[in-house]
Design a protein around this ligand. Structure first.
Ligand SMILES: Cc1cc2nc3c(=O)[nH]c(=O)nc-3n(C[C@H](O)[C@H](O)[C@H](O)COP(=O)(O)OP(=O)(O)OC[C@H]3O[C@@H](n4cnc5c(N)ncnc54)[C@H](O)[C@@H]3O)c2cc1C
Ligand SMILES: NC(=O)c1ccc[n+]([C@@H]2O[C@H](COP(=O)([O-])OP(=O)(O)OC[C@H]3O[C@@H](n4cnc5c(N)ncnc54)[C@H](O)[C@@H]3O)[C@@H](O)[C@H]2O)c1
Length: 445
């Protein structure tokens, strides 16, 4: 028998952006809700992901803005003091776990701390207590993966990097995805010698190759060194630091960060006991985000899905499942166009269709614009500003790739234009404040 106080309409596993959004949406609709978290309330994004990274980047971006204006009012590039910047970041992150937990409790959600394990189709056990629910929502996210090489225990993760107390003189990243590009830019701007080692020659492979090559060129100009087609097979510790070893290749550094992807947190949940199917890529669901056990849903990064694993996508899925469980929706999930962005200086962003090949070249065409001399970028003396816009036969924008320091802002406007199917005339007849990246839109679309 399960005590009545341990019975809920819905139990959510994981208190990250997905799990918390789910809990709040269900609670405000009158359901009894518990959330179980086994580590830091708030999850990856505010504790060890998006937010701390972006705080560190704020210092980097301020420095870079001054660097661009050398000889145009400034004569030296400021030194970014890593320890102070990191301490500033800590003033934000240190409040997240308690703030997130207290917020949930204040909203009337039952907060449970510990490792949940399914013991049947409708019950879990946490710290020797059994809890029962009509429905479960699994939102346990992902964690850094570790490459299986000799000396892998010598590798730091992105989480370790974001809390370094001192920036080393020389740092190496293995992998060249979002995390390596972003953290390498931060390390470079705070004075470190930075190397990126990648196993093939196609980093950021979801992005337009020409623009990735241009981004690499910009980062090389800043002093970041790329080593492509290097398959790391060992990290050896020595008196000075660490040596990365590969065939005919060796690189010494003070620290080495593994940034070769992330893996779903499914292993501790005893999913088999609840008949929930999953793969190495995450929990498998139907188009209603329902697992192989009809009373259990999965949302956020823990899903095995094609959509990018990002915070706003996790929130979208949480609201969708809440609507299903609140009886407001029974349709399959339909995702809007989702923008993705590699932060740094410059930023690389994309939404929708990014490239077209011979097979679909009669249905789409691409306009590639070098904006570097446009007023928006001229006034800040940007090194590069480019935009590749994909149009369909009706001249409707269906995709874009942007490379500039304003890419985050521009990609959001273009995402709206794609989702709202805005025509060129609708854009031109919208009065945007001038001069801003928004007022450039009439020349882009
Ligand atoms: C360095 C870095 C930078 C990033 N930058 C961005 C960015 O700029 N923009 C963006 O959109 N996304 C970014 N992301 C991705 C973003 O953090 C995730 O997409 C987002 O956090 C996913 O939310 P989630 O709730 O699904 O998972 P998480 O945020 O991972 O939350 C899952 C929660 O479940 C808990 N948990 C895990 N296992 C269990 C278990 N067995 N039982 C109970 N609880 C468990 C975890 O402790 C965690 O609190 C970044 C990620 C990283 C690592
Ligand atoms: N700005 C953002 O939105 C943002 C920022 C950071 C992270 N994230 C999220 O976190 C996820 C993980 O980021 P990530 O950068 O760790 O993963 P990723 O999948 O983006 O990139 C990993 C890279 O490592 C390479 N790699 C794999 N094995 C390797 C090996 N043995 N040696 C060398 N290279 C190897 C892969 O080819 C790939 O290029 C992202 O996919 C995204 O969902 C998003």
């Amino acid at each position: 028998m399960v005590d009545s106080e341990n019975k809920f309409d819905v139990i959510v596993l994981g208190a990250g952006p997905a799990g918390l959004a789910e809990g709040y949406a269900l609670k405000s609709a009158g359901k009894s809700v518990a959330i179980v978290e086994n580590y830091q309330w708030g999850g990856t994004c505010p504790n060890r992901g998006c937010d701390p990274k972006k705080i560190l980047l704020s210092g980097v971006q301020a420095r870079d803005r001054v660097e661009q204006l050398q000889g145009k009012g400034f004569s030296s590039v400021p030194f970014v003091n890593w320890s102070e910047l990191e301490a500033f970041k800590e003033t934000y992150t240190s409040k997240i776990p308690s703030g997130s937990r207290n917020g949930a409790v204040s909203a009337g959600i039952t907060a449970i701390d510990g490792d949940p394990e399914f013991i049947s189709d409708d019950k879990i056990q946490v710290n020797d207590k059994v809890y029962q629910a009509q429905n479960f929502v699994i939102a346990t996210g992902q964690r850094p993966s570790q490459i299986n090489i000799s000396g892998k225990e010598n590798l730091l993760t992105s989480t370790d990097f974001l809390s370094l107390k001192a920036m080393p003189k020389k740092i190496t990243f293995i992998g060249a995805g979002y995390i390596a590009f972003e953290l390498a830019t931060i390390a470079n701007s705070t004075g470190a010698e930075v190397h990126i080692v990648h196993h093939n020659d196609r980093p950021l492979k979801g992005f337009d190759k020409q623009y990735v090559d241009e981004l690499i060129k910009q980062l090389e100009n800043r002093g970041i060194k790329f080593h492509f087609n290097v398959d790391t097979n060992a990290i050896e510790k020595n008196d000075q630091g660490y040596t990365l070893k590969a065939k005919n290749f060796s690189l010494d550094s003070d620290l080495v960060v593994g940034a070769t992807g992330r893996i779903p947190n499914t292993d501790k949940l005893k999913l088999d006991k609840a008949h929930v199917e999953y793969s190495a890529k995450g929990i498998q669901t139907n188009d209603h985000l329902q697992t192989s056990n009809k009373r259990i849903y999965a949302i956020g990064d823990v899903l095995d899905k094609n959509e990018p694993k990002l915070t706003p996508v996790a929130g979208f899925e949480a609201r969708y499942v809440a609507d299903i469980l609140n009886g407001k929706n029974d349709q399959a999930i339909v995702y809007p166009a989702i923008p993705t962005l590699v932060y740094g200086s410059p930023e690389l962003a994309k939404v929708g269709l990014s490239t077209i090949d011979k097979e679909n070249s009669d249905q789409f065409h691409v306009v590639d614009q070098d904006q570097t001399k446009w007023f928006t970028y001229y006034r800040t003396n940007e090194h590069v500003a480019k935009a590749k816009i994909v149009f369909d036969k009706d001249e409707q924008i269906v995709g874009a790739t942007i490379l500039s320091n304003e890419a985050d802002e521009v990609i959001n406007y273009l995402t709206t234009a794609i989702n709202k199917k805005m025509t060129h005339d609708e854009v031109v007849n919208t009065i945007f404040a001038y001069p801003t990246p928004a007022s450039d839109l009439q020349y882009l679309l």
